[in-house]
Design a protein around this ligand. Structure first.
Ligand code: GLA
Length: 406
């Protein structure tokens, strides 16, 4: 948690060291995110409930007189300054993290927001990489914010989020949903965002949990979204939906006919799904689709529980979410299961589950303030003994969306 120690002056100083005098450069920040519940529902037309964090990515940026892009990351000093041009923006594996920046410039231009001059940009992240806290979406939304501010583009936060998602889908090649970019672009201090990914209708829900803290538990097991089974899970869900739609289209009775119009797995209740699930030919696809349907309903119920002040119910739904991600969706793995199952045993834990794409990365836990230290100690011990290397714990705060800092 380095964010408290980074000052604007320090960022400017580092920028000047790399790019020369930073007097006219501007300083920006975009958060990371954690999802409280609603996992692998965003590309299934379901609901999610994430929030922005106070850890995230800082940037110092300045326009150039030519069309060059010169990018440097404080987190990857060994890579030095990576250079590209506004002309012929394309994905190149050897350009590493700067592909996220190029992807956003490319996607923004495609929407009619083309930068007409190059940039010198220095990035500095306080989100652990590959942790499932969306360091890449944070860079994307931050870049969208820099473009908006520096070139006077008039797009709003939702458009910025969509530009980031487009960059990820079409430039990077990960078929992610809208959750991460939306949570970051639309973040609000002390609030989680209840988002319907089918319509992008959203609502802020205050997370005022007196005496309860959000603890993120990092497996330190690196997760590469592109290499992972993420795209495969998405394809399995799409196939299951197509099977349901095809069966319903052939059926004659009224219930089935209605189902033929199913726009997404997220549009179904559990009962509607079970009534037609026989149409899904493979047991694996059935379980994938069952997760998507039940997780969406759990998310809706969890937000209701929170509104009613029923934190215990919210926690139970978080736990059920993990079980479903473990058994039906199979995206947890030994590291996440060890963390979460150890957390469930600690007194004062209200709920714990993996968060983000899974396959390593982080879990999120709601725990009573007086039990935070015990949680870190006991889960840390179990994890170290079982897995053979340590987990890391962060007691986090919910922060605002992106913006200029100076
Ligand atoms: C990643 C993706 C999101 C979402 C989650 C799983 O974070 O970027 O769009 O699908 O996984 O809920």
């Amino acid at each position: 948690m380095e964010q408290d120690t980074i000052t604007i002056e320090e960022l400017r100083r580092q920028f000047a060291e790399v790019f020369g005098d930073g007097g006219d450069a501007r300083v920006y920040f975009a958060p990371g995110r954690v999802n409280l519940i609603g996992e692998h529902t965003d590309y299934n037309g379901g609901h999610v409930f994430p929030c922005a964090l106070t850890i995230g990515t800082y940037a110092v940026a300045r326009k150039r007189d030519d069309r060059k892009l010169r990018m440097y990351s404080v987190n990857f000093p060994q890579n030095g300054v990576i250079e590209s041009s506004l002309d012929g923006l394309s994905y190149r594996a050897e350009d590493g993290w700067t592909n996220y920046v190029k992807g956003v410039l490319w996607a923004a231009a495609e929407q009619g927001y083309a930068a007409d001059r190059g940039l010198d940009i220095m990035y500095c992240g306080t989100i652990p990489n590959s942790s499932g806290l969306s360091s890449s979406a944070s860079i994307e939304v931050l870049t969208g914010e820099i473009l908006r501010d520096m070139f006077g583009f008039d797009y709003d936060g939702i458009t910025n989020a969509l530009i980031g998602q487009r960059a990820e889908n079409a430039f990077i090649g990960v078929n992610c949903g809208i959750m991460d970019q939306f949570a970051i672009a639309m973040g609000k201090k002390d609030h989680a965002i209840f988002l319907d990914t089918a319509t992008l209708a959203y609502e802020y829900a205050p997370i005022a949990m007196d005496g309860v803290r959000i603890v993120i538990m990092n497996t330190n097991h690196k997760r590469g979204l592109g290499e992972s089974k993420y795209n495969e899970r998405r394809a399995e869900c799409e196939e299951a939906l197509a099977e349901l739609q095809a069966a319903a289209a052939k059926a004659t009775d009224a219930v089935a006919a209605q189902a033929a119009a199913i726009p997404s797995l997220g549009s179904l209740t559990e009962a509607e799904f079970e009534a037609m699930a026989g149409a899904i030919a493979s047991p694996v696809r059935y379980r994938r689709a069952r997760h998507a349907v039940y997780e969406n309903r759990r998310t809706i119920r969890a937000v209701e529980a929170l509104k009613n002040g029923d934190l215990a119910e919210f926690g139970q739904l978080m736990n059920a979410s993990h079980v479903s991600l473990r058994d039906d969706y199979e995206v947890t793995g030994r590291e996440l299961d060890t963390l979460v199952e150890a957390a469930w045993k600690v007194p004062g834990v209200i709920g714990a589950r993996m968060t983000g794409a899974g396959f390593g990365g982080c879990a999120v836990c709601l725990v009573k303030e007086e039990n935070v230290e015990q949680l870190i100690r006991e889960v840390g011990e179990t994890y170290g003994q079982t897995i053979g290397y340590p987990a890391t714990f962060y007691v986090v705060e919910i922060g605002d969306g992106p913006g200029r800092l100076d």
